[in-house]
Write a protein that binds this ligand. Structure first.
Ligand code: HEC
Ligand code: HEC
Ligand code: HEC
Ligand code: HEC
Length: 500
């Protein structure tokens, strides 16, 4: 057999063929290797800063220059076109849907307007627009209300301290707080690690002897949400934002906590009951459910992984998981999409049924108590009745104010609602005894509160005036705030739905 050398000597062109073939093969291997390295590089570089970030950088767009994938998915929280049976990103006017709520909150700003939450990028727009924050004349809220709305909050708290932040009025900080919830709220700008920026959460754990830095990564994937999606109250004259967790995490122990310090959010305008307002205890209710017990985090369902061009990253379009079942539920449950959605609806429908009973009971109790006062009832006669109303409404609200209509922990949600109805009906029974004993007309005639408008007029609100005053506020005050903010930071990104 001839050697390769002998062949080449006889036919020199063979050498050229081998040479060119080798070049071609090497070229393609090189091409393959380079795309692999490029993809890997992309994965690495996603965590390398093109532009270093300032410690308290509030502008999401600036963070977005370093992390375009996370930023672009974040901007999708501006979308408002997904409706599930009970939730989603479309606007739901809760007072319209459940007019009894107007009566339940008589004398409190929630009776003016209350809507289903929207995506994070709407937070500034929505707090400015909501009738609860008032107008140029009526402005009842403390600055504490800004705490869960913006990346400017940690910046301003760093400048003036948390307690001075809370002491201000809502209006005092309008020009400072302009960038909606975003990167700064959950991330350390140097390392991009998850970080807790809100003091109330750190302090609540401190009082239980727990150090916030000792939690695992999986726990942090829920705790970043627990900075805001929790029950809280404004403590003392300084309106210091505090979580009522010292006696425990459930509705009963928080009720005991508030009772022990004789805390009330407001006095009910009809029944005069010393009321509590529950504020979306999402984290607390969730923690009592099977998903939390099995170690699932908020992010597993609301911030799932997503792949784009070989890069796996966290989808920052925080939304209803029912709009993204394949990346959320189906990562763990090998069940059809329709079946999983139905599982959610089955639980929500049942909870809504019980919730509606509680609402109607409470509305009747407030109105009957009002008439008892008008008939000349004494403080002594009313005391235990008002305590029952306080507890019944707290328990109803604990479930009603939490997002997801109980899905996060259906069994606990139903238990708490059950005790609400029991206490509400006991209040009504005691009222009935009182009416009969005193010879007052019973049953009392309940007013027509079948629509939001009727209910608002019944409790003495003037819907047209509230809206007109708000329009005026949005044409004057917030325009000035924006101008001032533009001067401070150079420009102001327009977080509108058309700008995503
Ligand atoms: C096992 C999955 C799962 C986990 C874990 C989970 N959620 Fe949810 N969440 C849901 C579902 C399902 C809904 C109902 C969505 C709907 O009705 O469209 C929901 C609804 C919500 C909503 C209202 C969204 C809407 O569109 O109505 C908020 C806010 C929310 N969850 C926050 C949280 C927080 C905070 C945590 C952690 C403390 C958490 N969730 C953990 C599944 C989950
Ligand atoms: C509500 C909290 C929250 C907000 C707001 C938020 N993130 Fe995240 N981010 C997370 C969570 C949770 C993860 C997953 C971390 C983990 O699993 O360790 C994450 C992960 C990341 C990562 C790591 C890579 C990846 O995709 O997993 C980057 C980079 C990042 N976020 C950038 C941003 C940017 C940029 C913004 C603002 C546009 C932002 N984040 C806003 C909670 C948040
Ligand atoms: C800085 C406070 C803050 C943090 C941190 C935060 N949220 Fe929110 N979240 C809000 C507020 C306020 C809204 C309502 C915004 C609006 O309606 O304009 C909201 C709205 C939402 C909604 C949309 C509700 C709807 O009905 O469409 C979901 C879902 C949600 N948050 C889940 C989460 C999850 C999951 C986390 C943690 C990964 C988290 N949030 C962290 C304050 C926060
Ligand atoms: C990270 C994994 C994980 C994700 C994501 C997840 N689940 Fe689950 N789910 C579990 C585990 C674990 C259990 C407990 C079952 C067990 O241990 O046998 C559970 C239980 C349930 C149950 C029965 C418990 C109950 O509350 O009645 C339902 C229904 C359910 N999941 C629906 C969903 C839906 C809908 C989603 C998406 C919105 C979802 N899950 C997302 C892991 C997950």
């Amino acid at each position: 057999m001839k050697t390769l050398n002998e062949i080449i000597k006889a036919k020199p062109w063979v050498a050229w063929v081998i040479f060119i073939a080798t070049v071609v093969v090497v070229f393609f291997i090189g091409l393959l290797a380079s795309t692999i390295i490029e993809r890997r590089g992309e994965a690495l570089y996603t965590l390398q800063m093109l532009k270093p970030l300032n410690e308290w950088e509030p502008r999401n767009e600036v963070w977005g220059e370093n992390f375009p994938r996370e930023y672009e998915s974040y901007l999708k929280t501006l979308e408002t076109n997904f409706a599930s049976k009970h939730g989603g990103s479309v606007m739901i006017d809760y007072l319209d849907k459940y007019p009894e709520l107007v009566v339940l909150w008589a004398g409190y700003a929630f009776s003016r307007e209350y809507n289903q939450g929207r995506g994070h990028a709407h937070a500034i727009e929505d707090i400015r627009k909501i009738l609860r924050t008032g107008d140029n004349e009526y402005s009842p809220q403390p600055a504490t209300c800004w705490t869960c709305k913006s990346t400017d909050v940690p910046r301003v708290m760093d400048e003036i301290g948390a307690s001075d932040f809370y002491k201000k009025k809502w209006k005092d900080l309008g020009a400072e707080i302009v960038n909606p919830i975003g990167c700064q709220d959950c991330h350390d700008p140097k390392t991009m690690n998850l970080r807790i920026t809100r003091p109330a959460l750190i302090e609540a754990f401190q009082r239980q002897g727990k150090d916030i830095t000792s939690f695992s990564r999986q726990e942090m994937r829920s705790l970043v949400c627990a900075q805001c999606h929790v029950e809280y109250y404004f403590k003392g004259d300084g309106k210091y934002l505090t979580f009522p967790w010292d006696k425990g995490f459930n509705a009963d122990s928080m009720e005991a906590y508030y009772d022990a310090m004789e805390f009330t959010d407001w006095t009910h305008a009809l029944s005069k009951a010393p009321m509590l307002k529950a504020q979306h205890p999402d984290y607390e209710l969730f923690m009592t459910g099977i998903h939390a017990i099995r170690g699932v985090s908020c992010s597993d369902c609301h911030m799932p992984y997503k792949s784009e061009g070989g890069v796996k990253f966290t989808d920052h379009h925080i939304q209803s998981p029912l709009n993204n079942v394949s990346n959320t539920c189906q990562v763990c449950h090998r069940v059809e999409t329709e079946r999983l959605i139905q599982d959610v609806y089955d639980r929500q429908d049942r909870i809504e049924e019980i919730r509606r009973i509680a609402e109607k009971t409470l509305a009747a109790a407030h109105i009957e108590a009002k008439i008892a006062w008008e008939n000349g009832a004494t403080e002594q006669q009313m005391k235990s009745i008002l305590t029952l109303i306080r507890h019944a409404q707290w328990r109803w609200d604990w479930v009603a104010a939490a997002n997801a209509l109980g899905f996060h922990a259906p069994v606990e949600a139903l238990r708490v609602l059950g005790t609400s109805i029991q206490k509400g009906e006991q209040a009504r029974r005691e009222l009935a005894y009182l009416f009969v004993k005193q010879g007052w007309k019973y049953p009392v005639e309940l007013p027509d509160i079948s629509t939001k408008d009727k209910a608002q007029r019944f409790i003495g609100l003037n819907p047209e005036k509230m809206k007109a005053d708000k329009e005026e506020f949005l044409k004057t005050t917030t325009v000035k705030w924006d101008e001032e903010a533009k001067q401070r930071q150079g420009y102001l990104y327009n977080y509108s739905e058309t700008n995503k």
